[in-house]
Design a protein around this ligand. Structure first.
Ligand SMILES: [Zn+2]
Length: 115
C-alpha cells in the first residue's frame, strides 16, 4: 500500500493547506471539521537542505540530510534526503517511509530521492 502525506482542503473555498490548522488560512470562515483530506504531490524541487551530524541516537545514521521541497502543488514540506550529492534546485520525488523507530513506536515521513 502506497502511503501519502495529506493536506487539508477547505470545504468552503477549496484551498488546500498543509500542515493542519484549525481555521482555513484563505477564507478564515470554516470550523475545524470542515476539511477534506487530500494527498499532497510527491514530486518537487529542492529549495534548501542541511546535514545534521548529531541526530538522536535512534536514527541510526552517521548524518541526517533534511531538505525543504516545494512540491508541484505549491506546498513546501520538510523531508529526509536520500541523495548522495543534494543540489539546490534539483528535481526530487518523495516516498513516505519509516524514518525512525524506538522501542514502542514507528515514525513515518517523507523521504526524497533524486527524480
Ligand atoms: Zn477556506
Amino acid at each position: 500500500m502506497e502511503m501519502n502525506i495529506y493536506g487539508y482542503k477547505c470545504k468552503r473555498c477549496g484551498h488546500v493547506q498543509y500542515p493542519y490548522r484549525t481555521i482555513c488560512c484563505n477564507c478564515h470562515e470554516n470550523d475545524h471539521n470542515e476539511f477534506d483530506i487530500v494527498p499532497l504531490a510527491k514530486n518537487g524541487k529542492l529549495l534548501t537542505y542541511t546535514l545534521l551530524y548529531n541526530p538522536p541516537a535512534d536514527f541510526e545514521l552517521v548524518y541526517l540530510a533534511l531538505g525543504i521541497v516545494e512540491l508541484e502543488d505549491g506546498h513546501r514540506i520538510t523531508g529526509q534526503l536520500q541523495i548522495k550529492q543534494p543540489c539546490v534546485g534539483m528535481k526530487v520525488t518523495g516516498k513516505v517511509e519509516l524514518v525512525r523507530k524506538d522501542e514502542y513506536n514507528k515514525y513515518y515521513g517523507m523521504v526524497f530521492y533524486e527524480a
